[in-house]
Design a binder for this molecule. Structure first.
Ligand code: URA
Length: 211
């Protein structure tokens, strides 16, 4: 984002820690949107640098995508957590949080103007598509998102970290890499996936987010 960009708002639960902004060159062809910064991201002030970020980096490398040439950001710009002794435990953002930060995310989309976007997980999908959609059913599919830009829906790297079964984890990681590979091809203009609108998605939306 340009330095002159106004800062995102702060949710009522946000502490006085700085917002974690997106990272990447203006005009990046590919934009990845996650949920919110985690504990490590909050400490380092950068998106996707903790355990989920490390898995994400491995997947990007396997998919042949240069993270430095992409724009990486989050739907929610502060770490939402509850303090339990010395630990800060992640809390999922709710629809109000997504709505509060959404104008800033849209400003990032407008300013970076990516050719292709990837929604990593349910929160990013809801933020980009403006409504709650059934993630596991729609993953791997491309939809028409903000400003008509194509959005590929996929899982969040944390989902892969949480899978208890090693074989399933490997299988799901490979599927994730394949989905990122598709996004990479689309961003390079090698393929042109057609995005359906959310309304065309198979099955009714699970709920809508007032925009
Ligand atoms: N999870 C996210 O969604 N974003 C980050 O930056 C880190 C973990």
């Amino acid at each position: 984002m340009p330095q002159s960009q106004t800062l995102p708002p702060s949710a009522s639960w946000a502490t006085d820690r700085p917002a974690i902004l997106g990272e990447g060159p203006p005009g990046a062809p590919l934009m990845f949107v996650g949920e919110q910064p985690g504990d490590e991201e909050d400490r380092q002030g950068r998106p996707f640098v903790g355990p989920a970020g490390k898995l994400f980096d491995r997947a990007l490398e396997a998919a042949g995508i240069d993270r430095a040439a992409s724009y990486v950001t989050n739907a929610v710009k502060h770490f939402k957590y509850v303090q339990r002794g010395p630990r800060r435990l992640h809390q999922s953002p709710d629809a109000g949080d997504i709505k509060l930060y959404r104008p800033f995310l849209m400003a990032e989309v407008e300013s970076v103007a990516p050719r292709f976007l990837v929604a990593l997980g349910a929160t990013a999908t809801q933020a980009l598509m403006g409504q709650k959609l059934p993630l596991l059913k729609l993953r791997g599919q491309v939809f028409e998102g903000p400003e008509g830009r194509p959005v590929l829906i996929t899982v969040h790297p944390s989902y892969l970290l949480r899978l208890p079964d090693a074989a399933l984890r490997k299988q799901e990681f490979e599927r994730f890499v394949a989905e990122l590979g598709l996004a990479g091809q689309a961003a390079r203009g090698e393929i042109r996936p057609t995005g359906q609108t959310a309304a065309q998605a198979d099955g009714p939306p699970q709920g809508s987010l007032p925009l």
